[in-house]
Ligand binder design. Sequence first.
Ligand SMILES: Cc1cc2nc3c(=O)[nH]c(=O)nc-3n(C[C@H](O)[C@H](O)[C@H](O)COP(=O)(O)O)c2cc1C
Length: 219
Amino acid sequence: MNVTDAIKTRISIRAFTPDPLPEALLRDILDVARFAPSGGNLQPWKVIAVAGAERDAVVALARANLPGQEDDRPVYPANLWEPYRSRRFKVGEDMYALLDIGRDNKPARLMHLAQNFQFFGAPVGLFFVIDKAMGHGQWAHLGMFMQSVALAALERGVSSCMQEAWARMRAPLAAYFELPENEMIYCGMALGYADMSKPVNTLRSDRAGVDEFANFRGF
Ligand SMILES: Cc1cc2nc3c(=O)[nH]c(=O)nc-3n(C[C@H](O)[C@H](O)[C@H](O)COP(=O)(O)O)c2cc1C
């Protein structure tokens, strides 16, 4: 798999088979991702990986804390504006259409959202941890690391879904993992094998064309 194929074929998978992901394979994925760049080579990331009973414990913890709580670092800015508002709306509507969940069916939508907290059935969950004192630069670098994890996983036949939904569970997770006061969980990630019999996994999200975001000068 070349880099272009990997970038273009990685998609968020939201239904996994229960097949386990061996620790050796996960180590291999992380062993590649650690070569992600970071400003000043700070490598401002830590990872907590859960499988088996630990995964189940985290899922139970989340269930007990539903719907969770947003903290002072919300996933989206308040009152999202254009074009971001429409993009977010569109991908949500496309996903619920595949799930056959109508716009007014709030309970079903909430049920689907809650599946985030079961890693969409994936056998492995990752939590990406960062020092609270790190700034927006280091958060961006952590994102590069996460994409590297997703691409290295894909190359090995392993699918993923990044999950900022877990941000709502930061407090109970920090307590459960006994994180030191200076650390916090930024984001989660479900990792495992895609169940391609599930329509939700056929979702292909739109992207803006190059001319919508790039400004070429002096060429
Ligand atoms: C940092 C990050 C966090 C995300 N959090 C969630 C999440 O909590 N739940 C979810 O279903 N998808 C989540 N996504 C997936 C996005 O919705 C998805 O990447 C986007 O719609 C583009 O679709 P694609 O990943 O299939 O290309 C997240 C993506 C990123 C990059």
